[in-house]
Design a protein around this ligand. Structure first.
Ligand code: ADP
Ligand code: MG
Length: 392
């Protein structure tokens, strides 16, 4: 059993909390604060118990050196608003500013360290280098709490090494993620239906392979569908195609049971995302057009497949939902999940964002995972370094 913060003494102690606050920014504005909100239950519990909380997190890929573009300042400000108390941001991660901010922390107070990835050692493949940075992080605190589920699949200093250096426990988010995702790996209630979409096709194909072994049906939409269409001999026009994945798609189809993988039968195509679309059969995409959504017949078919499910995993929007004319497929899948009674896990950063952007209340869905890559690795049965470290 994984130890949680309920089993950890924190009163008056300095607690280093690894959170996943890697949110989308537009200039200095947080455009989707889902991950910040997801960190609140653990934070409020720690402050209520009189901990001195030191939040550490990463933002984007600054490449191992400070870059003001990737400062956590907007995130600290938003966290302070949601928490109802100021969250001071230290100007560095483990340097004099961090030490000064920690020294000034009172019980129940919260500060944030500057972007972990301003330090090359955070993500280094070199155990010694990473260990030295973990030593510096551990110097700041008496306890370590792991709540950044979206990063637990990374063997990074703040995720893995520091956990080995301090008494530690999982936060409520990590615990909730592990509990929810475990229902997709063992004792699965059937039928188990998976909907896969989005644009990061290569990243998701390994998980796709494992899902063939566990899921009863796999509904494929978004840009994920195009390698399959090409593999069976169709042309996809100017659609977003990861051509390197066509062979992998052919292999997945060969390994799947007949009818297990369901592809779109119609699609919404257009000359460009700014233009209006028309519906065509999936094997008749005009050569000068791109498909940006599944068509209405496919949406109905997918909804009908999802409705009787007892377990659902949904990763990746069915189309370019950010544009209203191409949000229909994603909307239909979301509605089918709300109508049905399945235990539902929604994974993928953009999928969670789509649910919120389309006006759905996240809490009415079964479980909206904050971890894209981490949740995919979990359901593949991979050992996640950040979880392994917590078992030590
Ligand atoms: P997630 O973060 O949920 O795992 P991805 O990052 O894989 O999802 O993909 C999300 C993106 O996929 C969205 O920005 C959406 O616009 C895009 N997308 C979905 N379908 C299509 C399509 N047919 N053509 C181009 N982009 C698409
Ligand atoms: Mg994404």
């Amino acid at each position: 059993m994984m130890k949680t913060i309920d089993d950890l003494t924190v009163d008056g102690l300095r607690v280093l909390l690894r959170a996943d606050l890697n949110v989308p920014l537009d200039g200095g504005r947080v455009t989707d604060d889902g991950r910040i909100r997801a960190s609140l239950p653990t934070l409020t519990e720690l402050t209520a118990r009189g901990a001195r909380v030191i939040v550490c997190a990463h933002l984007g890929r600054p490449g191992g050196k400070p870059d003001p573009k990737y400062s956590l300042a907007p995130v600290a400000a938003r966290l302070g608003e949601l928490l109802g108390q100021p969250v001071e941001l230290a100007a560095d991660t483990t340097g004099p500013a961090a030490h000064a901010a920690v020294a000034a922390l009172r019980p129940g107070g919260v500060i944030m360290l500057e972007n972990l990835r301003f330090n090359a050692a955070e993500t280094s493949k070199d155990d010694v280098q990473r260990g030295l940075f973990a030593d510096q992080l551990a110097d700041l605190a008496d306890r370590y709490v792991s709540d950044g589920f979206g990063a637990v699949h990374r063997r990074h200093a703040s995720v893995y090494d520091v956990a080995l250096r301090l008494p530690h426990a999982a936060g409520y988010l990590v615990k909730a993620e592990v509990d929810a995702l475990s229902r997709l790996t063992a004792n699965i209630r059937r039928p188990y239906v998976v909907a896969l979409g989005g644009a990061k096709v290569a990243d998701k194909f390994d998980a796709f392979g494992s899902l063939i072994a566990t899921a009863d049906r796999i509904l494929v939409g978004g840009a994920m569908a195009f390698p399959f269409l090409v593999a069976r001999g169709d042309k996809v026009g100017t659609s977003l195609l990861e051509a390197s994945q066509v062979a992998a798609a052919a292999d997945l189809m060969k390994r799947a049971a007949p009818g297990q993988i369901e592809l779109p039968s119609d699609l919404v195509v257009t000359t460009g995302p700014g233009n209006s679309g028309t519906v065509v059969p999936a094997d008749a995409i005009p050569s000068d057009q791109m498909a940006l959504d599944i068509g209405p017949r496919t949406a109905m078919r997918f909804a009908a497949a999802l409705f009787p499910a007892q377990t659902v995993f949904w990763n990746g929007p069915m189309g370019m939902f950010e544009r209203e004319p191409y949000a229909g497929g994603t909307l239909a899948v979301a509605r089918a999940l709300l109508d049905g009674e399945a235990f539902t896990v929604v994974g993928g950063g953009d999928t969670g964002a789509a649910i919120r952007a389309l006006g759905f209340d996240e809490d009415t869905f079964g479980y909206v995972s904050t971890g894209g890559g981490a949740s995919l690795e979990f359901i593949r049965g991979e050992e996640l370094p950040g979880l392994v470290a917590l078992e030590q």
